[in-house]
Design a protein around this ligand. Structure first.
Ligand code: C5P
Length: 234
C-alpha cells in the first residue's frame, strides 16, 4: 500500500511535450509521451495530494483519476499556466519536455511548397520556465517554502557524463531536486521504464534503478515529501 503522506499538499506537475506552431496545420514538437508526469500525478493523488497536471501533447490513453488536468499547447502557454499556478502550490514539478525554440512567426495559412524551394524557419528562444519559477521564488513572487523539482533528459551513461551534466544543470536551474533521466536508444521517451538519478541541492545523489515510471514516481515523491514543511501536510 502507498503511504498517505501527502494529504492536502498542493502539487502542480507539467507533463508531455509542447508544440510550437508553424502554420495552422504544422508544428515543431518532441517525442515526450507524458507518461512520467502522469505517473507522478497518479502517485501523488493516491498519497493524498491535491494535484493539477498542466499537460501538452501526450500519448496517454486517458487522464489520471482524481487529478485536475489543464491542457496547453505551446511553451508560452505552459509558462503562463505554471507561473500562475505555482503561486498556489506547495510543490511544483516540471516534467514537461519544453521546446527551447519556437518559430518567430506563425503563418496565417498553410505554407506552400513554392517554386524557390523551402524557406528557412526562423526561431526565437522560449523562456526557461523552471529557471523562471526559481527566480520567482527568490524574488518572493511565490512562497519561499515551495518545493521546485526539475527533470533533465541526458544522453549517455554514468561514465558518459550524464551525472556531470545533471550536477551542472541542477546548479544552473537552482531547483531543489533534479531528476536525471538517461535517454536515447530506446530509453525514457515513450517507454514504460525509466532510470537515472535524483540529485538534490543539498548534495545528495540517489540512483534510481531501472523500473516502471510508477516506481520512479514513488521514489521521487518520497524525496519531495521530506522537503515539504510539516504544516503543509494536512
Ligand atoms: O535545460 P533542459 O531543457 O535540459 O532542462 C530540463 C528541465 O527544464 C525540465 O524540468 C524542463 O521541464 C525544464 N524546462 C523549462 N523551460 C524550458 C526548457 C526546459 O522549464 N524552456
Amino acid at each position: 500500500a502507498l503511504p498517505y503522506d501527502l494529504a492536502g499538499v498542493r502539487v502542480v506537475i507539467s507533463a508531455g511535450g509542447t508544440r510550437e506552431p508553424l502554420d495552422p496545420v504544422r508544428f515543431l514538437g518532441n517525442r515526450s509521451s507524458g507518461k512520467q508526469g502522469f505517473a507522478l500525478a497518479r502517485a501523488a493523488a493516491q498519497r493524498g495530494a491535491q494535484v493539477t497536471v498542466v499537460a501538452g501533447s501526450t500519448a496517454e490513453p486517458g487522464d489520471p483519476a482524481g487529478v485536475e488536468v489543464v491542457r496547453i499547447a505551446t511553451a508560452t502557454e505552459l509558462a503562463d499556466e505554471m507561473t500562475k499556478r505555482a503561486a498556489e502550490a506547495d510543490v511544483v514539478i516540471m516534467a514537461a519536455a519544453v521546446a527551447d525554440f519556437r518559430p518567430t512567426s506563425v503563418a496565417e495559412s498553410k505554407i506552400k511548397k513554392g517554386a524557390a524551394g523551402p524557406a528557412p524557419i526562423e526561431l526565437a528562444t522560449n523562456p526557461d520556465i523552471l529557471r523562471g519559477l526559481v527566480e520567482s521564488r527568490t524574488e518572493g513572487r511565490i512562497p519561499a517554502e515551495t518545493v521546485i523539482v526539475g527533470f533533465a533528459a541526458e544522453t549517455g551513461d554514468e561514465h558518459g557524463g550524464v551525472l556531470d551534466h545533471g550536477r551542472a544543470k541542477l546548479g544552473r536551474k537552482g531547483c531543489d531536486l533534479l531528476v536525471v533521466n538517461a535517454v536515447g536508444e530506446g530509453k525514457a521517451f515513450g517507454t514504460e521504464d525509466n532510470t537515472g538519478w535524483l540529485l538534490s541541492s543539498t548534495g545528495s545523489e540517489t540512483a534510481l534503478p531501472l523500473g516502471s515510471k510508477t516506481l520512479m514516481a514513488s521514489r521521487i515523491l518520497d524525496q519531495v515529501r521530506t522537503l515539504v514543511p510539516d504544516g503543509r501536510r494536512r
